[in-house]
Design a binder for this molecule. Structure first.
Ligand SMILES: NC(=O)c1ccc[n+]([C@@H]2O[C@H](COP(=O)([O-])OP(=O)(O)OC[C@H]3O[C@@H](n4cnc5c(N)ncnc54)[C@H](O)[C@@H]3O)[C@@H](O)[C@H]2O)c1
Ligand SMILES: N[C@H](C(=O)O)[C@H](O)COP(=O)(O)O
Length: 338
């Protein structure tokens, strides 16, 4: 019986609503929520659903989650949360709960981490540099380059760069970063998705993949040499292809994942296709981490209108990934010449 660490994220957003709502169904895992108990009790009362919180005991055997119940590690907020009203006073507590949940996974107390959305803006407004869970967890786990992968039932899209201003993206597409992103994606598809020889489609950075260098040099000077070396090492790589036609059905029919160069190049397509069903996975960490595909939706907090489907998918996929770790299919990663 695995234990899943669950974080509600921004207390003014829909994360707490989602946690108490999914707690109304049974799950084949113990859900350990890292949260302020009063936040969950008050949101459950607001939504009119029952909730009993039981303190986490790492020495007790894990129990499948029962309707109306959650296991809790208390992570107190500083100020009572008001649905829809961001408060920078609670930003540090949000980060602390995330760190505690991550550490519980690193310590083996929980098998995976599943996160509800945080509000990056309010954390930064409180004076804490924060780009996203992906970067926060990578730093916590001492990983230099995590890889963001979003999946729907029919599409997988990974990113070479994550939460970067567009102005900085081109400079961030280095041989080393591209190499790590491709290898991490390839290895993770083998390990967690049972794909024995992943076929990866790599998007160009520039319009028309640089048009032979006439519309940008990154494809010719950076991407092609890295991809050629990795093909020689045995990876099944296609591209770099113009990103505007990377997602047409005939291309997607023969590949297992698309690697986009930056956030909106890949996620706009994926969310247009599958918003609400998609799961965000952080690859390259020593822990399994999945998340929802949506943000804090502040106007929906406390209304009962927030859709739980992405969180349900994130919980289900985390369990599948936990199970897959027991069937290792990893191969040695080709190293980058730099
Ligand atoms: N995993 C994360 O932590 C995560 C992911 C995406 C965005 N964010 C953050 O969330 C904040 C708000 O972002 P945004 O406004 O761009 O996106 P958003 O996803 O919060 O909202 C986009 C639209 O989708 C709707 N929506 C979102 N989730 C929904 C749900 N579960 N059920 C029904 N409707 C839903 C919203 O009402 C809104 O109309 C930002 O600070 C952003 O950085 C966090
Ligand atoms: N890039 C994500 C998305 O658009 O869904 C989102 O910002 C969350 O990222 P983190 O998991 O790094 O917080």
């Amino acid at each position: 019986m695995p234990r899943l660490a669950l974080t509600p994220g921004e207390p003014a957003g829909i994360g707490a609503d989602l946690c108490v709502t999914i707690a109304q169904q049974p799950h084949p895992a113990e859900l350990v929520v890292f949260s302020d108990p009063d936040l969950l009790y008050s949101r459950a009362a607001q939504l009119g659903v029952p909730l009993t919180l039981t303190p986490f005991d790492r020495n007790a055997p894990a129990r499948a989650q029962q309707p109306g119940q959650l296991t809790i590690v208390a992570c107190p907020l500083v100020a009572p949360a008001q649905p829809g009203v961001l408060n920078p006073a609670n930003a540090a507590a949000v980060c602390r709960s995330l760190a505690q949940a991550c550490d519980a996974c690193l310590a083996g107390d929980c098998a995976a981490l599943v996160t509800a959305p945080v509000h990056k803006g309010i954390i930064n407004a409180a004076g804490l540099p924060f780009s996203g869970h992906t970067e926060f967890l990578a730093e916590r786990c001492h990983v230099a380059q995590p890889v963001m992968l979003l999946v729907t039932p029919t599409l997988r899209v990974a990113l070479v760069t994550t939460h970067l201003p567009l102005r900085a993206v081109a400079d961030a597409i280095t041989p080393s970063r591209l190499h790590t992103a491709i290898v991490t994606l390839d290895q993770s598809l083998r390990r967690y998705f049972g794909i024995m020889s992943p076929r990866l489609l790599v998007c160009g950075l520039n319009p028309h993949a640089g048009e032979d260098g006439h519309l940008g040099n990154e494809e010719r000077d950076i991407m092609m040499p890295v991809m050629t070396a990795l093909r020689i090492a045995g990876l099944d790589l296609h591209g770099p292809v113009p990103a505007d036609t990377a997602f047409i059905p005939s291309r997607l029919a023969t590949i297992d994942a698309v690697l986009a160069m930056y956030h909106d190049q890949g996620l706009t397509v994926l969310k247009t296709q599958g918003f609400g069903q998609a799961v965000n996975i952080t690859l390259g960490l020593p822990i399994i981490r999945t998340s929802v595909d949506h943000g804090t939706a502040l106007t929906l907090a406390g209304t009962g209108q927030a859709n739980t489907s992405s969180l349900e998918s994130a919980l289900a996929l985390a369990l599948e990934m936990v199970a897959s770790v027991n069937t290792p299919t990893m191969i040695a990663a080709p190293s980058h010449p730099e």
